[in-house]
Write a protein of this length. Structure first.
Length: 170
């Protein structure tokens, strides 16, 4: 009795999962390999826009128009030679003393004012900025989002399958 109870949902979810997996594969623009991607480029850009608003609200932005214009121009030039040159890149200096740089989906790059104080020349700036643009180009955040969504689905399916099994034992 329990064996039949398990086979039908597991087989059904396996087929649905396989179809979902095939549909959700995308080519990574950097590696050229197929990857699970549950976030389209437009959804990635929307997520980045939302995340940007949260980051600006939490940290604030350094108000130095000359510095920001210089760094933004630098970011735009690097973005145009990345694996995703069609993406619109956005650069901001967050008002935080910690030494950090990070990127979020959709082309958003952030440097803390703390990291700017530690950079000695344009080569170091290009290295850090190129690293962050590389995360965006390879869609690392979108990939993490996809994995998290898949884990949520797995947990939901697991809890759905466990309910009939446990009720069959009672």
């Amino acid at each position: 009795m329990i064996g039949n109870y398990i086979k039908i949902p597991v087989l059904g979810f396996s087929v649905i999962g396989l179809i979902f997996w095939i549909i959700s594969c995308a080519v990574n623009p950097v590696t050229g390999k197929q990857e699970l991607m549950l976030l389209s480029e437009s959804e990635e850009i929307d997520l980045g826009r939302q995340t940007d608003a949260e980051i600006v609200k939490e940290y604030g932005v350094l108000e130095d128009p000359k510095l920001t214009a210089y760094l933004n121009d630098f970011c735009q030039r690097l973005g145009k030679v990345s694996h995703r040159p069609q993406l619109s890149y956005h650069f901001k200096v967050v008002d935080a003393s910690v030494v950090n740089a990070f990127a979020v989906p959709g082309g958003y790059v952030y440097f803390s004012r703390g990291i700017l104080a530690t950079l000695n020349n344009e080569a170091e700036l290009a290295g850090v900025m190129g690293h962050e643009i590389g995360h965006i180009a390879a869609r690392h955040s979108a990939k993490q989002y996809s994995r998290a969504q898949l884990a949520q689905v797995g947990l939901g399916v697991g809890s759905f399958i466990n309910i009939p099994i446990l009720s069959g034992l009672a």
